[in-house]
Design a protein around this ligand. Structure first.
Ligand code: ADP
Length: 484
């Protein structure tokens, strides 16, 4: 696989590496710049502290072995060499020091014009301290080139005067700096390793769901709707995945509709077209001269064209409804008025069949999409008309309770068999399959009603007995309902 230098994985690595390197460089600079001044400051403080300890020991009247041991330990533990003389230049305290070769007390030194070894000729240094108390000077060790502090102080007690002399390096020795830098190098390696491991985890967590989603999207692009974008990752990626899942679901629905449409359109359109062609040919060859027959044949052509018109409108209405493109615009409206309008639209068919239409409606106001509910009532009532005999009775009734209104369209028509009942709400389902092909029947009316009522979250249904008739009903919530 080709390495992707623009990918999340490499970029995260790069950022983390850059971040840890810059921190390490900053830390390194701080170390290099501040280690010497810090060390120097620390030394001066240490010398002060040791001087104080020694002074307090010398001022003690009953100086014990234990006290001297404590003094020795303080000196050794602090990288200092020390010596205490009495007034006669006799050393009364000279603990083993931790400076070793570095200690300047037994080396030749020059102060002003005098050159001497303190250890051998302490009187000279005692004189200097007497002149300048406390005395302190810095000098560079000729052996190590390290800057050293020489410090001398006179301590006066009741019994005698003592001279405390301390010597300590003011710069860290090379080995100490090496040690710090070595530690720093290990530390830097560990930090960079941790940064890279973290980058690996982070980039994997971010990139793998995206890579997986890309693969799923590729499948989708090839027409495979059986894809799953859902992931368990960062919330932004999860949001994106669920949006893509929603989009896929909608696309898949539209695709199903498209397939159905193609399958059914070719079938449903072919029959009326054949009829139109056949009757047109009949007019051309046979009935052209016979006005009565010709009118009869032309009427068939007009009816079939109407059917085609209705079929196309129903199909586009249903496909819009089912793909969720159309929104339900709810408002309060008077259900009775809505039924009246539908009855008006169908009055021609009602009169032609001499139907006894009984309206038993109260003044309920419902909260729904008026235009779409009119369509449902139209489909219910036109079915009742289609499947009722002439001179029969159709009742439109509404029943309201506290929360909802139930509308029923009751006919005494053919009724629907129990086996067919579960399927009548499906698209293109017609109980009467082949024969008696009615120019009024597209098999979409109830599917449209179902889609509209489901978009309203409304209950709906049918009770029917073959030979006795059917009751189609739905329920809508009354007035404005916040939950709806
Ligand atoms: P169509 O355009 O065929 O009426 P519908 O979707 O409206 O399509 O109805 C589906 C089928 O349900 C119809 O073909 C019919 O067999 C049956 N049907 C619908 N309403 C009634 C009714 N009131 N009485 C008897 N059968 C009905």
């Amino acid at each position: 696989m080709k390495f992707n230098f623009k990918g999340i994985r490499f970029s995260t690595w790069l950022y983390f590496l850059g971040f840890s390197l810059s921190i390490m460089i900053l830390l390194g600079l701080l170390l290099v710049l501040f280690i010497k001044p810090y060390y120097r400051n620390d030394r001066l403080k240490t010398v002060d502290a040791i001087t104080e300890t020694m002074e307090s020991l010398l001022l003690k009247e009953d100086l014990s072995e234990k006290d001297l041991e404590l003094a020795a330990r303080t000196v050794i533990g602090n990288n200092v060499c020390a010596i205490i003389y009495n007034e006669n230049g006799k050393s009364i305290y000279y603990p083993p020091d931790s400076l070793g070769q570095l200690c300047m007390l037994d080396k030749q030194i020059t102060i002003g014009e005098k050159t001497f070894i303190i250890n051998k000729d302490p009187g000279q240094f005692i004189d200097i301290i007497k002149n300048e108390n406390p005395f302190s000077m810095t000098m560079t060790s000729p052996f190590t080139d390290i800057e050293m502090l020489l410090y001398g102080k006179q301590v006066k007690t009741n019994l005698a005067n003592y001279y405390l002399i301390l010597n300590t390096p003011l710069e860290p020795v090379e080995s100490y700096i090496d040690f710090i830098l070595n530690q720093y190098a290990y530390f830097a390696l560990i930090v960079i390793a941790i940064a890279l491991i973290l980058a690996l985890f982070l980039s994997r967590n971010i990139s793998s769901p995206i890579v997986r989603m890309k693969d799923e999207a590729n499948k989708l692009a090839q027409g495979n709707y059986d894809v799953q974008f859902r992931t368990d990752s960062f919330s932004e990626i999860n949001d994106l995945a669920s949006t893509l899942d929603d989009a896929t679901e909608k696309l898949s629905k539209v695709n199903d509709l498209r397939k159905d449409l193609i399958a059914n359109v070719s079938h449903d359109i072919k029959t009326p077209l054949t009829m139109i062609k056949a009757y047109a040919e009949m007019i051309k060859d046979i009935s052209g001269e016979d006005p009565v027959k010709r009118d009869e044949h032309l009427n068939v052509i007009i009816q079939e064209s109407d059917y085609l018109d209705r079929l196309v409108s129903d199909m586009s209405e249903l496909s819009k409804l089912q793909s969720g493109v159309i929104e339900v615009n709810r408002d309060n409206f008077d259900l009775k008025k809505c039924v009246d309008n539908v009855v008006l639209l169908l009055s021609k068919a009602i009169n032609e069949k001499n139907i006894n239409l009984v309206m038993d409606l109260d003044d309920s106001v419902v909260y729904a999409d008026e235009i779409k509910i009119s369509q449902v009532i139209y489909n219910y009532l036109s079915n009742a008309l289609k499947y009722s005999d002439d001179n029969s009775k159709i009742i439109i009734r509404s029943k309201a309770d506290e929360e909802k209104v139930r509308l029923e369209v009751i006919d005494n028509g053919s009724g629907i068999s129990e086996e067919a009942l579960p399927y009548i709400w499906d698209r293109y389902y017609k109980v009467d399959k082949n024969f008696n092909r009615s120019v009024n029947s597209t098999g979409l009316g109830l599917a449209i009603a179902k889609a509209i009522l489901e978009a309203h979250n409304a209950k709906y249904g049918v009770e029917s007995t073959v030979g006795e008739g059917s009751t189609f009903w739905f329920e809508l919530s009354k007035d404005y309902d916040e939950e709806d």
